[in-house]
Design a protein around this ligand. Structure first.
Ligand SMILES: [Zn+2]
Length: 242
């Protein structure tokens, strides 16, 4: 889907969604209204970039051992730039191919706890890219995979650094609540307007809802097929609600 000129109708079609399906996904979102404000996460972290990157991989391997080959490919072959030109690339992003057949990740590193979750998010994108091979994933599921990787990172950290794990869990909730509060009403209003200009942020509240539910309800085999982009959002939501 091209960004220029894309509309709500295009986005729904591209993701295999309908307004009704979006509403039911949004209803699955946990109530995070008690989450603290978005100020956590700026404390420094003692993890180096390499340690954090390896932890992302360990988290994914522990959670989905079936994806180990893809995890190793991301860990050992993907190109990560922790120090991009901030004037040009202030925000983290992941590209499918660095020109040599592996993902390119740009993830500005300032050495704070927030960076750990951002890196885990981008690791999830790289993993979904490698696992799905040439099957380009639509954005709602793409962001769902990235959010799951953040949750895995928090779970993995619990084994070695429970205090930081707990803190990052709060940061995750706080970020999710911030996004949901801001974007969900906008998305709901836009669902009734097929010609509304597409906004990438619409993907996030849906992805957050799905990531939580997938973690709680999906079996490993199904989860693997999500990362391989072999499932439609509709069939996954049906599996959740029945
Ligand atoms: Zn993302």
């Amino acid at each position: 889907m091209t960004k220029t000129g894309a509309t709500m109708a295009d986005w729904l079609a591209h993701n295999g969604l309908t307004p009704a399906l979006c509403s039911s996904i949004l209803q699955l979102h946990p109530d995070l209204s008690a989450a603290s404000e978005l100020k956590a996460g700026t404390d420094p972290t003692s993890y180096t970039t390499q340690e954090a990157w390896e932890l992302c991989a360990r988290a994914a391997s522990s959670r989905l051992p079936e994806l180990e080959d893809a995890v190793h490919r991301v860990l050992n072959a993907a190109q990560v730039n922790f120090f991009p030109d901030l004037a040009r690339y202030p925000r983290a992003f992941t590209l499918h191919d660095n020109g040599k057949g592996v993902p390119y990740i740009s993830c500005p590193w300032q050495g704070c706890q927030n960076d750990l979750l951002t890196l885990a998010h981008e690791f999830g994108h790289a993993l979904q890219i490698v696992a799905s091979e040439e099957r380009r994933m639509p954005p709602v599921l793409r962001e769902t995979c990235a959010s799951q990787s953040e949750l895995w990172f928090i779970a993995e950290l619990k084994k070695s650094d429970p205090t930081l794990s707990e803190k990052l869990a709060r940061v995750f909730e706080s970020r999710a609540n911030y996004t949901f509060t801001r974007v969900e009403p906008e998305l709901r209003a836009a669902l009734t307007k097929p010609d509304q200009q597409y906004q990438y942020q619409w993907n996030y509240p849906l992805a957050q809802s799905l990531a939580w539910q997938f973690e709680q309800q999906l079996e490993n085999g199904t989860m693997v097929s999500v990362f391989q982009n072999l499932r439609s959002t509709e069939e996954l939501v049906t599996a959740l609600t029945t």
